[in-house]
Write a protein that binds this ligand. Structure first.
Ligand code: BEZ
Length: 210
């Protein structure tokens, strides 16, 4: 059965450009972004991995480890990394899984044969420190992902895990958030949101945090 939100991310052991990775152990107490791309030495993938490398400080600030995957062998990954560093003006600073036997691709349902016969599509999973899957997105080979959006979702998850709020459409950090509809107790509302809130509808209450 396909992986669903809230499931424990399946554990695995697989070779990578930084040696063998035991996934859960490697994640430790960090959040994780596990993402597949179709193949090495392809243009869109080259830009995606370059972008991820450039966001190192942003990932670290959020306690997130990135882990890429393609079904090419590790020696090819290493040659490609030289190209990524050269063409994207960065240094790849995260491991790339060499999923030649397609063990991880199959475990995470990353091969969609009606889209590309044997290669992985652009799957991406955000995994929290409890190893729960919190976001799943799947893009076609022809469309590179927006890694600023990945960071935005992590910001939303980390915020909403700690406050009784949710983030509205197109939310960016610093924007108003919505108070979860299940919170109705007036005393708790006053305690949690001393700054007040705008009740547009009883179920739609907006407030600014900090
Ligand atoms: C790319 O990464 O550029 C790509 C990979 C597979 C199919 C099309 C584009």
């Amino acid at each position: 059965m396909a992986i669903q939100l809230g499931d424990i991310a399946p554990d695995f052991e697989q070779n990578s450009t930084e040696g063998v990775i035991n996934f859960h152990q490697w994640l430790g107490d960090s959040w994780g972004v596990l993402f597949s791309h179709p193949a090495d030495f392809t243009p869109v993938c080259t830009t995606e991995l370059g972008l991820t490398a450039k966001l190192k400080d942003e990932f670290e600030a959020r306690n997130v480890k990135a882990l890429a995957l393609s079904v090419d062998p590790v020696d090819q990954h290493h040659k490609w990394i030289e190209d990524i560093n050269d063409t994207q003006n960065t240094r790849v600073n995260f491991p790339i899984l060499a999923d030649e036997d397609r063990k991880v691709s199959q475990l995470y349902d990353m091969i969609h044969p009606n889209s590309i016969a044997t290669l992985t599509v652009r799957s991406l999973f955000i995994i929290d420190p409890q190893k729960k899957v919190r976001l799943i997105i799947t893009y076609p080979a022809s469309t590179g992902r927006n890694f600023n959006e990945v960071l935005r979702v992590i910001d939303s998850l980390q915020l909403t895990d700690n406050e009784k709020v949710a983030t509205p459409g197109n939310w960016e950090p610093g924007d108003a958030v919505v108070i979860v509809p299940s919170l109705q107790d007036k005393a708790e509302l006053a305690e949690r949101f001393p700054q007040g809130y705008d009740e547009v509808r009883p179920y739609l209450r907006l407030t600014k945090l900090r």
